[in-house]
Design a protein around this ligand. Structure first.
Ligand code: NDP
Length: 449
């Protein structure tokens, strides 16, 4: 049995209930085997056993009072996964599905993504099973204050720097930052994704969606192809999806779908980003509202989706951008996309494709950019925010945007070159995993046990 499989089996025994974490671990560890074969000392140093275990898992009670005066209790977490190459960095997710296994999958992915970005940041993730949906502004504020009242002792500008993720946007980051400042009396870059008024960076809001498009462009340019004039399917309707659509429109491509947890919109005339922003960012409404406002749009609720399928992937497209959540694109969806002529998949979300869907894309030889490479624009721009905070500077939109684009092209270059080095040109899963892993493993080796 290979070293990677031996460690995977141990994980499966120990963490049988953490299915998302096991899925993420399997994808990474299996693709590392060619590197492990060339470096047998990793086994002697037990690098895999060490890298799959978080350095620290913090879990805490969050108690707060709702608008009716009732006491509410949620669970809060921070997984400080790996600090070999820099302070922990990774988002906070507020969603009822959050549990330690979900955060371990996200934190584990984050280690390699952050390493691949070329920046000095370690991997972490956190969040709560709190559901911001349907809560008033004041309830969200009280929750964020209660959450930070526990978290503040574990984070700091050079220790651990959280950002947003599902359910955590500019509003939540603002309330979290306010509470951190109040508790510590420190005005520092402890969070990224901040408002521009108090240390935020231009382009951070747009970064993950823009970055996924830049990554797709890099993959396609390497094949002599382009997104210009092409129809694209996007899933999700949150931060990543909105700015993915915006960038696609700017470069002359045509996004025709978006989706949320209640349904999807197909707008053959092209998604109207201003309306999407109004519906999702201002009104915080469901996508049914988009279809009310845009006559060319057709709305399908999830209850009318074909059984077990995500209807977004039934829309014929040249490129697909899954930007909602994990495992939203399964094998049948991958087969449909490929049968309809899809040539490019760039993942804005984390682990949106199941393992067999990933396998189908790689086998078909299309341009496939896994999340840890294609959505690294968010964390990379967060690091640019940290750099601006530390040097007390504010860079212009164009400066940050061009740095983001450069970072995405560099990530593609490193992942592609590593895939070729290990005899699998075009396999960016293998390339991204090995390139991300080897830097962290070398740092762990140099720092001793
Ligand atoms: P948002 O909360 O802004 O948006 C999430 C979107 O996905 C919403 O439209 C939401 O619908 C939909 N969604 C969430 N869960 C489900 C589900 N179970 N089924 C169907 N739809 C769902 O989050 P982000 O846009 O920030 O994050 C999206 C993805 O991108 C996540 O995988 C995240 O980890 C990843 N990511 C985000 C980064 C960032 O900078 N924000 C950076 C890198 C990766 P609804 O509103 O109805 O819940």
């Amino acid at each position: 049995m290979t070293y990677a499989h031996q460690v995977l089996n141990e994980l499966k025994e120990k963490y049988a209930h953490e299915t998302f974490f096991l899925q993420a671990a399997q994808e990474v560890l299996e693709s590392l085997q060619p590197l492990l074969d060339k470096n047998p000392h990793y086994e002697r140093l037990r690098i895999l056993e060490r890298i799959v275990e978080p350095e620290r898992m913090i879990s805490f009670r969050v108690q707060w009072v709702d608008d009716k005066g009732q006491v509410q209790v949620n669970r809060g977490y921070r997984v400080q996964y790996n600090s070999a190459i820099g302070p922990y960095k990774g988002g906070l997710r507020f969603h009822p599905s959050v549990n330690p296994g979900v955060l371990k999958f996200l934190g584990f992915e984050q280690i390699f993504k952050n390493s691949l970005s070329g920046l000095a940041i370690g991997g972490g993730k956190g969040g709560s099973d709190f559901d911001p949906k349907g809560k008033s502004d004041m309830e969200v504020m009280r929750f964020c204050q209660a959450f930070m009242t526990e978290l503040y002792r574990h984070v700091g500008a050079t220790v651990d720097v959280p950002a947003g993720d599902i359910g955590v946007g500019g509003r939540e980051i603002g309330y979290l930052f306010g509470q951190y400042k109040k508790l510590t009396q420190r005005y520092e870059g402890v969070l990224t994704g901040k408002n521009l008024l108090f240390g935020g960076s231009l382009v951070r809001t747009e970064a993950t969606g823009y970055g996924a498009v830049y990554f797709a462009q890099a993959m396609l340019e390497a094949r002599g192809e382009s997104l210009e004039g092409k129809t694209c399917a996007v899933s999700g309707a949150g931060n990543v999806a909105i700015y993915c659509c915006e960038k696609l429109l700017q470069i002359g491509a045509k996004p025709v779908t978006v989706s949320d947890s209640r349904g999807m919109v197909h707008d053959a005339a092209g998604i109207k980003v201003d309306v999407l922003k109004q519906v999702k960012e201002t009104e915080r409404a469901s996508l049914a509202r988009y279809a009310e406002l845009v006559p060319t749009a057709r709305y399908t609720p999830t209850t009318e989706y074909p059984k077990g399928r995500n209807a977004v992937w039934d829309v014929p497209c040249y490129a697909a951008f899954p930007c909602a959540t994990q495992n939203e694109l399964a094998l049948d969806d991958a087969k449909t996309l490929l049968a309809n002529g899809c040539k490019c998949v760039a993942e804005g979300a984390n682990m949106p494709s199941t393992l067999d869907a990933v396998h189908a894309f790689i086998t078909a030889g299309i341009a496939y950019g896994p999340g840890k490479a294609a959505n690294a624009g968010g964390v990379s721009t967060s690091q640019l925010e940290m750099a601006q905070n530390a040097s007390m500077q504010s860079w212009t939109f164009d400066v940050v945007d061009s740095k983001l684009r450069q970072i995405m092209y560099n990530i593609h270059k490193i992942a592609a070159a590593t895939a070729t080095e290990f005899g699998q040109p075009g396999n960016l899963v293998l390339g991204a995993n090995i390139a991300g892993f080897r830097k962290v493993a070398s740092a762990m080796e140099a720092q001793g046990v």
